[in-house]
Ligand binder design. Structure first.
Ligand code: NAD
Length: 343
């Protein structure tokens, strides 16, 4: 038996508790070493303790430095600031890692195996926004400031190159808009090119592409890419795009990684339209849990989980509605557990 690994568990809002239950069932069947400390955040945090990111939740992650998180609801426009963004800032989770791999073949795109590495703390997502009132219109002008730093770009790009090499990838593509936002995204491109020349030339190929062309190329011929690394806003959009290439948000896991903490989650949100109906596909969170196992040096268990997911979907053909099947979240989870137990 390996040593128990303390980890924070945040079931989250909407479909969160349903997909977290399915994921815990799979992790239990695997004998995963996590010792969970269950905490709340998001809308559940607001309703039960008046805070979308309660102090106890922060204290737990400060102690464990490791978390599995269900989706958290954030109001659009006004209301409280995203707990996800606050968690990233609080624990300096500068790298957002989002792999997209075809698991269910026969979709519009087959054999996709891409990774988006997104800068998670800087750029246009820093929250420096305000309105300028003119002639009695309080929202006459809206302004936002983006900040990218040399140091922030460098550590993220270094993470992307190191991850690409460690996982046997062939190419890193820097995605930017340095032709228009010459300073804001130019610094990211320039830093990446310099870093590659200094440390990575000869170890992995480098390519660069402008964000709009990248979006088109990803739809026309996604196989030309391998690891895409980019700034915060572009990364947010591209990671949903690549999730679409492999069957939608129900299949897309994500990891937020910092120097000394990591939070694993599904890319999708709390799906209020299907919450409480046992329709949610837990695969994205299950794949995030597999990444969490890799992260704690239990790739053996991560691989077993990924193989069992594959077999449940493709051999047993147990699928939730978003994948054209009719299985409930629980039926899928039970089939997966049976696969794990027999693997
Ligand atoms: P969403 O991802 O929740 O839902 C988009 C669509 O995808 C919906 O039709 C939903 O039913 C479907 N969907 C999502 N996950 C699914 C799953 N696992 N199985 C089956 N179908 C699934 O996006 P939204 O509706 O724009 O956002 C809802 C809430 O989630 C908002 O409050 C938003 O702020 C929040 N959100 C949180 C996170 C996070 O915590 N990381 C990420 C994105 C959105």
């Amino acid at each position: 038996m390996s040593q128990p690994i303390p980890a924070t568990l945040i079931p989250g809002d909407g479909i969160g508790p349903e997909i977290v239950d399915a994921t815990l069932a799979a992790l239990d069947a695997l004998g995963a070493p996590f010792e969970w400390d269950r905490q709340i955040a998001g809308l559940e945090g607001v309703t039960t303790s008046g805070d979308p990111l309660p102090a106890a939740t922060l204290a737990s992650i400060r102690r464990t430095r490791l978390a599995l998180k269900g989706p958290l609801e954030t109001p659009s426009g006004g209301g409280y600031r995203s707990s996800n963004v606050r968690l990233r800032e609080e624990f300096q989770l500068y790298a957002n890692l989002r792999p997209a791999r075809t698991i269910v073949p026969g979709g519009r795109f087959d054999k996709i195996d891409l990774v988006v590495v997104r800068e998670n703390l800087e750029g246009l997502y820093i929250g420096h926004e305000h309105y300028v009132p003119i002639d009695g219109d309080p929202h006459a002008v809206a302004m936002a400031t983006g900040i990218n730093t040399r140091a922030g770009s460098r550590r993220l790009l270094e993470f992307a190159f190191e991850h690409a090499i460690a996982t046997g990838r062939r190419k890193v593509t820097i995605v930017h808009k340095a032709n228009i936002m010459k300073a804001l995204t130019g610094i990211f491109l320039e830093t990446g090119q310099q870093l590659w020349e200094q440390k990575y030339k000869g170890r992995i190929a480098l390519d660069t592409v402008i964000i709009d062309a990248c979006a088109m190329k990803l739809v026309l011929n996604p196989w030309q890419f391998d690891v895409l690394v980019t700034t915060n806003l572009f990364g947010d959009i591209l990671s949903d795009l690549v999730a679409g290439l492999v069957g939608g948000l129900g299949m897309a896991p994500g990891a937020n990684i910092g120097t000394d903490a990591a939070i694993f989650e599904a890319v999708h949100g709390s799906a209020p339209d299907i919450a409480g109906q046992a329709k949610a596909n837990p695969t994205a969170l299950l794949l995030a849990a597999a990444m969490m196992l890799d992260h704690v040096q239990r790739k053996d268990l991560g691989d077993r989980l990924r193989s069992a997911i594959d077999a449940t979907l493709n051999v047993d053909r147990v699928r939730t509605g978003d994948l054209g099947g009719s299985a409930s979240t629980d039926v899928f989870a039970r089939a997966l557990v049976a696969r794990i137990v027999n693997s």
